[in-house]
Design a protein around this ligand. Structure first.
Ligand code: MN
Length: 478
């Protein structure tokens, strides 16, 4: 079956349905209206200033930085999706449904819908007008980064063999006015590129900056190579995604995006890229990497330039949520008694997995630990807890380890395994795994592991019962 031909049929029936998710600007308006958006004074330096401020606000407020110093106008935005509840809200779903809704979207993607025009093409730059260093306010983030980077760009390209599009985020170094350096890990984009290169051709790409929350999250889905992540974005939003064709490339991009950079991944060309501050809070090294030559830029009027600060919560959460959804799906397939999983922030949303389990068999937690090691090679340390432990609260998980774990009985260590190459304590990714069974033994008397609680505590309405006038004992005359 040729999925590409299939989709063309859907394009012909172009009819927009209502989406339940928000586009980027709607989400910014929502953040502003609820006091979760901070606006910087004009002139925040593009070099470190914008990233520093975004980091200070990380997880509490999103940032808008208009007319930054070092740019010819423009506005940078950052930290829009730095809490998982915010992501759920932007998608129009309840926070507790985030993983199940993502799983449902991955299981049943919705083909996109081509529309004749999109705001992302309101303004066009071609030929000599294409100069990234002048057109866009692109920040430099961490101290030893090699320079400005585009970090929130969805790279969209088309498989030369099947015509299916792929969407992924790559760090993109601004190497010159019309040149980007790209880190391509051995995944789908690199496979498409290798096919083009073998035929002696460049690979056309579009880099989308200022995409909707659904598109950003869908881009990180862990799915087979024949799945177009824009179709997952459609399903996440509950209606087919509107796309437009690039002005000079046979690539379809989300119509309501802020900025589209059209170019080509050059065949047989590698140039230095890096270093760059990455998610484990360390720098990825400088090395020869792939090169994109830019042919055109299209934007909305007064576009917003979204930047994701390397290692910040927005960076971690975007990758973490789709991983959790995939890991939960994999593990529940083997162990229906697994009720939830969470990639903990302290493990940079990649290396530490907390598993919530309703164990039914002695030893089950240890089997679950081994399944977690196999679910994704990045997972390094696993803690399994009972359902009475909140896995989104690291202190609660630590309490379970403190009071329900005995190292001589409940510890699993496996050496000589595959891990993350970005974990500097490994030997190029070769390292050890550790699992902690912090569940209550099945035969333990119930009362001995019952957590203390005060009846009604959670239901007290503090505004109703507290008196904020000056307390009588504070009227002192010393
Ligand atoms: Mn893919």
């Amino acid at each position: 079956m040729n999925a590409y031909d299939d989709k063309r049929g859907v394009h012909a029936a172009a009819a927009s349905q209502a989406r339940r998710d928000m586009d980027l600007r709607d989400w910014l308006i929502r953040l502003h209206a609820s006091d979760r958006l901070a606006t910087a004074k004009p002139g925040m330096p593009l070099r470190f200033g914008v990233a520093g401020l975004a980091n200070r606000l990380d997880g509490s407020k999103a940032l808008v930085a208009p007319s930054p110093e070092g740019a010819e106008g423009g506005t940078v935005i950052s930290g829009l999706l730095s809490r998982r509840e915010w992501m759920a809200e932007a998608l129009g779903i309840a926070p507790e449904d985030l993983l199940s809704e993502f799983q449902a979207a991955v299981a049943k993607p919705l083909p996109w819908c081509e529309v004749p025009r999109g705001r992302c093409q309101d303004v066009t730059y071609e030929g000599d007008a294409v100069d990234l260093t002048r057109l866009l306010p692109i920040p430099t983030h961490n101290e030893h980064d090699s320079g400005p980077y585009i970090t929130a760009g969805l790279m969209i390209c088309r498989d030369p063999r099947t015509g299916i599009q792929n969407v992924s985020i790559h760090r993109l170094q601004v190497s010159g006015p019309r040149e980007l350096g790209a880190l391509l890990l051995p995944r789908h984009t690199l496979s498409y590129f290798a096919a083009a290169e073998e035929a002696g051709e460049d690979l056309e790409v579009a880099v989308v900056v200022g995409a909707s929350p659904a598109c950003l999250l869908a881009s990180q889905a862990i799915v087979p190579i024949h799945v177009d992540e824009l179709e997952i974005a459609g399903a996440l939003g509950g209606a087919p995604l509107d796309v437009v064709r690039c002005i000079g490339k046979n690539i379809f991009v989300p119509a309501q995006s802020e900025i589209i950079i059209e170019g080509r991944l050059l065949a047989n060309t590698m140039r230095p890229e890096g270093p760059f501050g990455e998610f484990p809070q360390y720098y990825g090294p400088r090395a020869d990497r792939h090169v994109i030559e830019i042919d055109a830029v299209t934007t909305r009027r007064q576009p917003l330039f979204h930047t994701i600060v390397g290692g910040g919560l927005e960076h971690l959460i975007l990758g973490g949520i789709p991983r959790e959804a995939t890991i939960l799906n994999t593990m529940q397939g083997m162990f229906p008694s697994v009720t939830n999983v969470h990639l903990a922030p302290g493990g940079t949303y990649r290396y530490h997995l907390y598993v919530q389990l309703a164990p039914r068999q002695p030893g089950e937690a240890k089997n679950v630990i081994m399944a977690a090691f196999a679910a994704h090679y990045d997972i390094k340390h696993v803690v399994v807890v009972n359902k009475d432990v909140d896995i989104y609260n690291a202190e609660m998980v630590e309490w379970a380890v403190a009071t329900r774990f005995q190292a001589d009985r409940d510890l699993v260590v496996i050496g000589g395994t595959q891990g993350s190459k970005l974990d500097p304590s490994t030997d190029e990714g070769y390292g050890a795994k550790m699992g902690l069974d912090a569940t209550v033994p099945l035969d333990a008397p119930e009362f001995s592991f019952k957590r203390i609680s005060v009846p009604g505590e959670a239901d007290i309405d503090l505004d109703a019962v507290l008196d904020d006038s000056v307390p009588e004992w504070d009227v002192c005359d010393d």
